[in-house]
Design a protein around this ligand. Structure first.
Ligand code: SAH
Length: 510
C-alpha cells in the first residue's frame, strides 16, 4: 500500500498573487492534488506541475458548490492514496475558513497535515483601502468578527449590541454584507454612536476592488445604492477617517480598469506586474503552450559539427534555454561552441544568451524575422557561411528562405520546441473574459495577435461584456492585427512593455 501523503492547509491570501507566501507557492508547485475555492485567484492553478489533479470546490455566498463533508472526504481519500494534497483557501485557513474543521477531520483519520497561514482579508482591506486598522490614540483593539451570511446555519450568534458597547475598537466584519442593516442596528442598540465611520471594501487587494465609506447610520443604504456585494470586509471605527489622507491604491492610474493580456512564447509576467502595480485588474489569457520537442538524430548530427558553424541564430528566449540545456547535457563545457557568432531577435532572447556571458553580435532594432535576416545579411559574412537556426515550429520559413536566397548561406534548422494552441473554452480566465470583457486587450507581438484570433469562439464576448480597446506593441503587431480583422485603438510609441503600458494609460484616461 502507498505511504500516506500529507495535506497542506494553505492560505492563499486575499487575492493579489503577490500576497501569497513563498511556502504556499512552493507547495502548489509540488502538489499532486490541488483543491481550491471561490476566493482563490484562479491563476494560482498555473503554478501546478503538469499532471496535478485540480479540484475546484468553489463556494459562492449563499450556496456551497461542494459540501464541506465531501471536501474533507476528498482530502482524506487522496492523502490515503499517497498524494501530496494542497488545500488552498482564501486569506488565512484558520480565520473563518473552516480550516479548523478540516484539520480536525485529518487528525481524526490519522493523516499528516501542515498549516500555512495567509494574509487574511481584513488586513488586506485595511492596507488597500487606506485604513490603518489600529491607531495609537483612538483604536487600541481590533475585533475580527463574522456577520453570518447564511441565516440557515445554526451557529453561535454574535452579540452585536455588546460589540457596539466597546470603545476604542475597530471591528472588521467578514461575511456581513447580506445582514448589513441588522448588524448596524445591533451596534447602535449597544450604544455605538451612529456617526461612527464605516468603510466597506469589496475584493480587497485586487484590481476590481471597490470601496465606500459612510457612517453606522448611513452605510447600509450607501451599499445598496452602489451595488457593493460579497466578498467584502466591513470596517467600523474611528480609523476609517484616515482613508482621506492615506489612501494609495485606489489613486493608481489604472485602478478600476480591466486589462486582458495574452501569454505566448515571449512570456509576459513582466507586463502583468507592471499593470497590477498601476492598480489594473489583469486577465491573463494563456493562449499557447510551449513544449520541448527535440529530434535526437538531428541534434546529434548538428552537435557533432557544432564547431564548424559560423553563426547561430535564435528567435526566442525559450529556444536559447532549451539549446543550452542540450549543450550542457552533451558536453558540460561551453567551449563546445567554439567560435560561433550569435545572432538573435528580441530583448528577452538577448538577455538569455548574455546570461552565459556570450556576446550577441547581430540583433536587429525591430523584433521580426525579416529584420533579423536583413541584419545578418548586412554583416556581409553570410556568403557560403554555415548558419544554424534554433527555433520552434512557427515563423521560421521567411527567415530561412531569406538567409539562403539573399544571403547565400548554408542554413540548418534546429527545431527544439513546439508551440501548441491551448483550448481555452474551459479556462477560468477565458470564462471571465467572455462574461465581462475588458477595458483593453494588449498585444505584445504578432504571434500573440495570431494566437488570440485563432481562439475563435473560446474568446467570443457575451452580450453584456465590455468590448475592449485593442493596444499594440508597434507597427508590425498593428499590421498583423489589421490583417486578422482586429482593430488597433492605440499603439506604443516605441516597441517595449513600458511604452505599451504608457500608451494604455494615456488612451484610457484621455
Ligand atoms: N479565510 C478567509 C475568510 C473566508 S470567509 C480570510 O482569512 O480572509 C469569506 C469572507 O472573507 C468574505 O465573505 C469576505 O467577508 C471576506 N473576504 C475574503 N476575501 C476578500 C477580499 N479580497 N476582499 C474583501 N473581503 C474578502
Amino acid at each position: 500500500m502507498a505511504e500516506t501523503g500529507t495535506v497542506f492547509l494553505v492560505g492563499a491570501g486575499p487575492g493579489d498573487l503577490g500576497l501569497i507566501t513563498f511556502r504556499a507557492r512552493e507547495l502548489i508547485a509540488a502538489a499532486d492534488v490541488l483543491v481550491y475555492d471561490y476566493l482563490v485567484h484562479p491563476d494560482l492553478v498555473d503554478w501546478c506541475q503538469p499532471g496535478c489533479e485540480i479540484v475546484y470546490v468553489g463556494k459562492k455566498a449563499g450556496f456551497h458548490a461542494v459540501p464541506q463533508s465531501e471536501i474533507e472526504a476528498l482530502l482524506v481519500d487522496r492523502a490515503k492514496a499517497g498524494k501530496q494534497v494542497v488545500r488552498l483557501k482564501g486569506g488565512d485557513p484558520y480565520v473563518f475558513g473552516r480550516g479548523g474543521e478540516e484539520a480536525r477531520t485529518l487528525a481524526a483519520d490519522g493523516i499528516r497535515f501542515e498549516v500555512v497561514p495567509g494574509v487574511t482579508a481584513s488586513l488586506a482591506a485595511g492596507a488597500y483601502a487606506g485604513i490603518p486598522l489600529t491607531q495609537r490614540n483612538t483604536s487600541s483593539s481590533l475585533v475580527l468578527v463574522t456577520g453570518h451570511e447564511d441565516p440557515n446555519k445554526h451557529e453561535l450568534q454574535v452579540d452585536w449590541a455588546k460589540l457596539g458597547g466597546l470603545r476604542n475598537t475597530t471591528l472588521a466584519i467578514y461575511m456581513g454584507m447580506s445582514r448589513l442593516p441588522d448588524i448596524m442596528t445591533g451596534l447602535q442598540d449597544g450604544g455605538l454612536d451612529p456617526a461612527t465611520p464605516v468603510a466597506v471594501v469589496q475584493w480587497a487587494s485586487l484590481g476590481r476592488q471597490r470601496s465606500l465609506t459612510g457612517t453606522v447610520a448611513t452605510v447600509a443604504d450607501a451599499v445598496t445604492e452602489a451595488g457593493l456585494k460579497a466578498p467584502a470586509i466591513i470596517i467600523v471605527g474611528e480609523v476609517v477617517r484616515h482613508q482621506e489622507t492615506v489612501d494609495w491604491f485606489e489613486q493608481l492610474s489604472l485602478f478600476g480598469r480591466r486589462v486582458a493580456i495574452t501569454r505566448t512564447r515571449e512570456g509576459n509576467s513582466g507586463l502583468r506586474a507592471k499593470l497590477e502595480h498601476l492598480g489594473a485588474e489583469v486577465i491573463e489569457l494563456p493562449l499557447i503552450n510551449v513544449v520541448p520537442d527535440v529530434d535526437p538524430t538531428l541534434l546529434v548530427e548538428i552537435f557533432s559539427e557544432l564547431g564548424t558553424y559560423d553563426w547561430i541564430v535564435f528567435t526566442s528566449a525559450h529556444g536559447v534555454k532549451v539549446f543550452f540545456e542540450q549543450v550542457m547535457r552533451a558536453y558540460a563545457d561551453i567551449r563546445a561552441l567554439g567560435l560561433l557568432r550569435f545572432a538573435c531577435v528580441g530583448d528577452a532572447t538577448a538577455r538569455e544568451i548574455e546570461k552565459y556571458h556570450l556576446k550577441v553580435e547581430c540583433r536587429p532594432e525591430a523584433a521580426t524575422a525579416e529584420a533579423l535576416a536583413d541584419a545578418l545579411i548586412a554583416t556581409d559574412s553570410l556568403d557560403s557561411a554555415k548558419v544554424v537556426v534554433v527555433t520552434g515550429n512557427l515563423n521560421r520559413d521567411t527567415l530561412v528562405a531569406k538567409l539562403e536566397q539573399e544571403g547565400r548561406a548554408i542554413v540548418d534548422l534546429l527545431p527544439l520546441y513546439r508551440t501548441e494552441k491551448l483550448d481555452l473554452s474551459e479556462h477560468p480566465a477565458a470564462h471571465d473574459f467572455r462574461d465581462k470583457g475588458a477595458d483593453a486587450v494588449l498585444f505584445a507581438s504578432s504571434s500573440a495577435a495570431e494566437a488570440y484570433a485563432a481562439q475563435g469562439d473560446s474568446l467570443k464576448l457575451g452580450p453584456t461584456a465590455t468590448v475592449p480597446q485593442c493596444g499594440s506593441m508597434g507597427p508590425q503587431t498593428s499590421a498583423s492585427l489589421r490583417e486578422l480583422g482586429l482593430a488597433v485603438d492605440f499603439e506604443a510609441a516605441a516597441p517595449g512593455l513600458d511604452e505599451l503600458v504608457t500608451a494604455l494609460v494615456t488612451h484610457l484616461n484621455d
